[in-house]
Design a binder for this molecule. Sequence first.
Ligand code: FES
Length: 314
Amino acid sequence: MPSLSLKVHQVETLTPRVRRLLLVGEHAQPLPAFTAGAHLELHVPGERSQRRAYSLVNLPHSGHYEIAVQLEEAGTGGSRWVHSLKAGDPVIAEPPRNHFPLRDDADHVLLIAGGIGITPMLGMARALQAEGKPFTLHYAGRDAAHMAYLEEARQCADMHCWISGGDPARRFPSSEVLANPRPGLHLYICGPASMLNAVLACARQQGWAEDHLHFELFSGALEEAGDQAFEVRLQASELTLQVAAGQTVLDAMLDAGLDPMFDCRRGDCGVCVAQVLEGDADHRDICLSARDRADGSFCTCVSRASGPLLVLDL
Ligand code: FES
């Protein structure tokens, strides 16, 4: 499907760092449908290819797309560009895609959001509520003033809010929340990598089946302060490419006219995996095991080099 020409219909400040945008068709054209958990990939203008995926928060079939974006000061410009947008500005996006769909066979859904990870969780909560399906929403954050959509989340019938105030002792109580796995109960979680890893490790310890665990990193988690440019040598293609600080290896390959395999672009699916032949990898994915990484697997869509050069088998 071709890229979508959209325009910003409305911008609203939700917290000091989070803005909500409503996007509509540039010429009021109908927009492709989506399901809860889907994301929209925006093309960030600039000399380098950059795309940023943001979860859709609104109900499907509402005639617009709603996203909420947290400003990442340490990031490489995607969120800063989104925060500079105002009503009427044009935006190019890829049609919505969903790597994080709700399962039809769940009889109860446990939604866990950490920080701006509330966006897909609230989209799912809205959809489940509209369909009259039971769910529980847990929303964890540092302080209420920085938790987007908190008032709306609090309106959900079975909602639990966890505010740490920055105290590590008041962390999300995974072992209580995950104490009773059962066949009809599915867990969905979106948040920063540290929370995701802790909750998933606890769920596995408590005996949750792997196919009942559904997770996604929020997109800002993929950019880090101090990201540096590096060189990537593609052995099979006999090409050397420069990967800029705000660019991924995958985007550098696409810019060079190559046709690499990829799907989620968020380190979730493993479709883009290549082999590292030389150099040290800085892994940012959530799909490779420690063993995979030790064997040289590398997600080109999110991971970087921790030195000046990386040689891949591609
Ligand atoms: S494209 Fe899915 S992990 Fe890279």
